[in-house]
Design a binder for this molecule. Structure first.
Ligand SMILES: [Zn+2]
Length: 244
């Protein structure tokens, strides 16, 4: 099926036709419905809608755990102070990703950050937004604690993961043993990286993620189905919102 959905893109504010492209077997549109202008897909536009809905002063210092991406480029036009980073320990990779940004007219240099050991001082940020990163972090709880550490009291975490609201806990698909070797507990699942290659998925998140957020230091955590047919989001996209 390849259909188009008309709506107004929350990022570029234009009335456009979002293309579904190839819909996966489960019928989920979260990875599709790309905006022909800014290039952002459904889950990116769902998180952007929640972020842009916040009063500007409450999201002045926003950090996105991605940088060489269509979402970063499109959001930066609306939020010039937007911070971002990539997992890019190699200078060569940072240069390649920076070149991608410059081609997309975002004159910023790509920074490397490890989400389990962020460079920010305590309580430095108003908002942390992270999309489809957490399931690729072996120690996801460490990342949640870091997000809590760098957010100010009252700050907000917006998290997007392949979320299963019908499941109770958090399923571990892979782990490392005492010698640091990778052990698959389930058939390996790799997700596409927009910059090429596949990235191993370590966890599958159900409702246990909300408890994990409270354990990490968040006061409240809820899973919100973001749906807005007029904005090109005809299906709910799960976004986890947690208050520091
Ligand atoms: Zn757009």
């Amino acid at each position: 099926m390849n259909a188009a959905v008309e709506g107004r893109c929350v990022l570029c504010r234009a009335l456009v036709q979002f293309e579904t492209g190839v819909v996966p077997d489960d019928g989920s549109l979260r990875e599709t419905l790309r905006c022909p202008r800014c290039g952002c897909i459904a889950r990116q536009r769902a998180v952007a809608a929640m972020l842009l809905d916040m009063p500007a002063r409450q999201r002045a210092r926003t950090y996105l755990t991605e940088q060489a991406s269509t979402l970063y480029v499109a959001l930066r036009r609306r939020m010039p102070g937007l911070l971002g980073s990539e997992w890019a320990p190699s200078p060569w990779r940072r240069l390649r990703l920076s070149a991608w940004l410059w081609r997309h007219r975002a004159l910023a240099r790509v920074r490397h950050q490890d989400v389990t050991a962020l460079h920010f001082a305590d309580a430095r940020l108003d908002v942390v937004a992270s999309l489809d990163v957490l399931e690729h972090v072996p120690d996801y709880a460490a990342a949640l604690r870091e997000f809590a550490r760098v957010l100010r009291p009252g700050g907000r975490l917006l998290l997007c993961v392949p979320f299963m609201p019908g499941h109770e806990g958090i399923e571990t698909l892979a782990r490392t043993d005492a010698d640091g070797r990778l052990v698959h507990l389930q058939p390996p699942e790799y997700h596409g990286d927009p910059m090429g290659g596949g990235v191993l998925c370590w966890h599958r998140f159900g409702l246990g993620l909300l408890q994990a957020l409270r354990d990490a230091g968040f006061r409240e955590a809820e899973a919100l189905p973001v749906q807005d047919p007029e904005a090109g989001l005809p299906q709910p996209v799960w976004v986890i919102s947690a208050l520091r």
